[in-house]
Write a protein that binds this ligand. Structure first.
Ligand SMILES: *Cc1c(COP(=O)(O)O)cnc(C)c1O
Length: 828
């Protein structure tokens, strides 16, 4: 279909007519998008079937990546790139007079994730397919993904993220692969053939129906699957005895209560969320996933004892940790294995990634809730805890403190991370410092007890989306200089380093950056009605809003610059455009207040003609993958300024470096790995070290009040927060209080001056354009090692024992057949 432009154009027109009843001149962009998507789907179907059948082969380890979040981004362009048809389509559309970008923009950006954790899962799927490793991602088919953010009067307002409104062209509903999930009820036991067996009774039954989405490998004919589980009532035509004469209403309520399980993604990515519905979602996901894995495994006709060799189940953070007791349940209650065998197989099958350094972000659930909702799972967790504590006792007899601290069940709560550590074969941190902190702080006792379980896997990003697709001009320029090897072996980008002094390359990058900045300036004009100068430094901080990420520090620094220019209008300040974007969890009032503060400072600065040539502040609403793809290629510097020790890894930092944007950052998360890769000349590092932060917490000798008293400039900006200095009615007393009375938990005032110094160096350095773009080249050249392809290779070798599929050769002749299942891109 995509072999030549002529063939493509012919078939596209025919498909448009047949499927949508339209010709090009009267087709909408939605028609065009759906038609093109449909063609891609047909093109890859045979490969999808072939991948699935190879996966079903004996002796092939399948990877199952379970995650409550997959922040996929739009898929059309990525899929076209993967099948090698992007150029053909773009050129053909040009010839047909169709604006390709407008077609692409018709695809909703599915918000099935909050931020880094969900995007990591998406990058991992892309790499798994690119590396031909047979894999399935499992998630829920949230009807509403993450909320859409609007900024109204400077405040965040949340709207439902209704990504399925127009149907989803990539998914296939597989009603014949549904599974029953049981909630509530009670468990009884009896002796059968001399064996104690358990029976779950009076439960509520809910159906899990999978919707499969193809994950297309880069030019390798591999098509893996993202499986999204949807809730449905288990019985379609059920009958309620009319108690109050309104059974229809009861039926609808019942249906609604069931559908609510896969209705919303919880919009919070680092705080404990104690809602029963969230727990239901977690169990629903892992139960459906494991049942489907075991069903498929049985088709292999292998002994259940070989499960760990054939299947690797990975849980992304603790949200899917009930996979451990659920697999135990299936192996014991359904497969008839004894406890020890079931535990051994479970432990050897499951591995786990931890994503936080913050103790307060570790999940735990009231034992009572689990007992009511999942009585059999509760029994198993209880027994797991007993046995785990017994083994701790054997090793540390009498050390009650240690055992209490490590227990799975303590003080009426189930500690999900402890369950994960006890019931898996490997746990990994996501950057060098993070893994170190896990071993020395957060899970110190566990590390001492089971050091062999701990590994580091520094996060990665897919260079296909974050460079080839989002910044094609840079990608092409790189290829002009070093050839195409880097595309399949991204470490080869290092070959660019020897061109760092090449004036031609530097100038090429200057030109491309300027064009990207012009593109972003247009978006800013359209979205915010604001004119920004592409010749100013574009200084970007885009990420979820969280106190530890310190958008506040960035904002206070801007206020400081503003004061300085006002006080001394002759200040030579290199023009800068500060760009913010990001969402705050709806219940996180402090983070929302910071959003409002930034918008208030923006209103002040952007409307003050005296500073206007030098300073602009932009807040772009509704941060999401599609927006990240526009902002990152247009950025000169990016701020990765979390309080040292707080950011597990960060992946935004990697995307920016890959696009040649220079990091202003703390010694935290993967900034440290990046610093090591590029060297001190090519990154601006500042601020407290993690050891210092931890020391301060330990000894409690930090006094922000002293800074306030002694530094007049800092005193001034803080006082401005609580006077009527800023426009609007809002008062920022709570921020002021958190810094002074709350003792500035995240060391904003402590690091503010060193941020300022680092930023002064940036302003200096930027003025020597040749030197600046030399830094950019070094960053791009060393970004290859942060490709998620390497992260996944390491997971596959060191954790999953998974190997690539053999190269696939598929007859492409008849690819119009759809695989079994109902096509649900429904609006055809
Ligand atoms: C990469 C990415 C993130 C993670 O950003 P960090 O700076 O690492 O927190 C969050 N949201 C989106 C949309 C992303 O693409």
């Amino acid at each position: 279909m995509f072999e030549s432009r002529d063939k493509f154009k012919r078939e596209f027109k025919e498909k448009l007519r047949k499927e949508r009843g339209k010709a090009i001149d009267n087709a909408s962009y939605l028609d065009l998008y759906k038609t093109l998507g449909r063609m891609v789907r047909e093109e890859i179907n045979d490969n999808w079937v072939a991948t699935n059948s190879q996966m079903a082969d004996k002796d092939k380890t399948q990877v199952h990546y379970i995650s409550m979040e997959f922040l996929m981004g739009r898929m059309l362009k990525q899929n076209l790139l993967s099948i090698g048809a992007l150029d053909t389509c773009q050129e053909s559309f040009k010839e047909l007079g169709i604006d390709f970008d407008k077609v692409v923009q018709k695809e909703p950006d599915p918000g099935l994730g909050n931020g880094g954790l969900g995007r990591l899962a998406a990058d991992f799927l892309d790499s798994l397919s690119a590396l031909s490793i047979p894999a399935v991602g499992h998630c829920l088919r949230f009807k509403y993904g993450l909320f859409d953010q609007k900024i109204v009067n400077g405040y965040q307002v949340e709207l439902p993220g209704n990504w399925l409104r127009e149907g989803n062209i990539w998914e296939i509903r597989r009603g014949d692969h549904a599974h029953e999930i049981k909630f509530g009820g009670r468990v009884t036991s009896s002796h059968q053939n001399g064996k104690l067996t358990f029976h779950h009774e009076d439960y509520e039954s809910i159906l899990a129906v999978p919707y499969d989405i193809p994950i297309i490998g880069y030019k390798n004919q591999v098509v893996n699957t993202l499986r999204l589980w949807n809730t449905e009532p288990a019985v379609q035509d059920f009958y309620f005895k009319p108690i109050d004469g309104n059974s229809c209403h009861q039926v609808l309520n019942y249906k609604k209560s069931i559908e609510s399980i896969s209705e919303f993604l919880y919009p919070d990515d680092s705080h404990e969320e104690g809602k029963v519905l969230r727990l239901k979602q977690q169990y629903f996901l892992v139960s459906a996933t494991l049942q489907s894995i075991l069903d498929n495994y049985k088709l292999k006709q292998k002994s259940i004892h070989e499960l760990p060799q054939e299947v690797s189940v990975h849980i992304n953070d603790t949200h899917p940790v009930l996979a451990i007791p659920e697999l135990m349940r299936i192996l014991m209650d359904e497969e008839g294995l004894d406890w020890d065998t079931a535990f051994d197989l479970t432990k050897r099958t499951i591995s786990f990634t931890n994503h936080t350094t913050l103790p307060e972000a570790l999940e735990s659930w009231p034992e009572e809730t689990i007992k009511c909702l999942l009585p059999r799972i509760h029994m198993i967790v209880h027994e797991l805890n007993e046995r785990f504590c017994q083994s701790l006792w054997d090793k540390y007899p009498g050390d009650w403190n240690r055992i209490e601290n490590m227990a799975i069940l303590a003080h009426g709560r189930v500690k999900m991370a402890h369950l994960a550590l006890a019931g898996s074969h490997t746990v990994n941190g996501v950057a060098a410092l993070h893994t170190k902190l896990l071993k020395e702080k957060l899970f110190k006792n566990f590390y001492e007890y089971m050091p062999e379980k701990f590994q580091n896997k520094t996060n990665g990003i897919t260079h296909r989306r974050w460079l080839m697709l989002s910044n094609p001009k840079i990608a092409d320029t790189v290829t002009d200089y070093i050839g195409t090897n880097w595309i399949t072996e991204p470490k080869e980008l290092e070959a660019l380093e020897k061109h760092q002094d090449d004036v031609g390359l530097q100038e090429q990058l200057v030109k491309i950056r300027h064009e990207n900045k012009q593109d972003l300036a247009e978006i800013i004009k359209k979205e915010n009605g604001l004119t920004v100068d592409p010749n100013s430094i574009f200084d970007v901080q885009v990420k979820r809003f969280h106190a530890y990420k310190r958008q506040l520090m960035n904002a206070l620094h801007i206020l400081k610059i503003y004061n300085q220019i006002k006080e001394n209008p002759n200040t030579l300040f290199y023009p800068r455009t500060f760009i913010f974007s990001g969402k705050a969890a709806p219940g996180y009032h402090y983070a929302k207040k910071i959003i409002k503060l930034i918008n208030s400072i923006a209103e002040l600065v952007n409307n003050d003609p005296q500073v206007n040539d030098q300073l602009k502040i932009v807040y772009l609403e509704n941060y999401r993958v599609a927006l990240a793809e526009k902002i990152i290629p247009a950025s000169d510097v990016n701020q990765q300024i979390s309080t040292a020790s707080k950011e597990a890894s960060g992946t935004g930092n990697m995307k920016f470096m890959m696009n040649g944007s220079i990091i202003v950052g703390t010694n935290d998360g993967a900034n440290i790995d990046i610093r090591e890769a590029v060297g001190d000349d090519n990154i601006f590092v500042f601020g407290l070290e993690s050891e210092e932060v931890l020391q301060y917490y330990h000894h409690g000798e930090y006094s922000p009040f002293e800074i306030y008293e002694n530094d007049l400039k800092i005193k001034r900006i803080l006082d401005q927060l609580v006077s009527d200095f800023l426009p609007g009615e809002e008062n920022f007393r709570d921020i002021y209080d958190s810094l002074l009375l709350g003792n500035d938990e995240y060391f904003v005032l402590k690091d503010l001056t060193s941020l300022e110094e680092a930023q002064q160096k940036v302003s200096q350095a930027y003025q020597d354009r040749s030197k600046w773009f030399k830094k950019a080249i070094v960053n791009i050249a060393n970004s290859g090692r942060f490709s998620s392809d390497y992260t996944i290779k390491s997971y596959a070798d060191k954790i999953w024992q998974a190997t690539p599929l053999k190269t696939m050769t598929v007859n492409q002749a008849d690819s119009s057949q759809m695989p079994a299942g109902e096509y649900s891109g429904n609006t055809y």
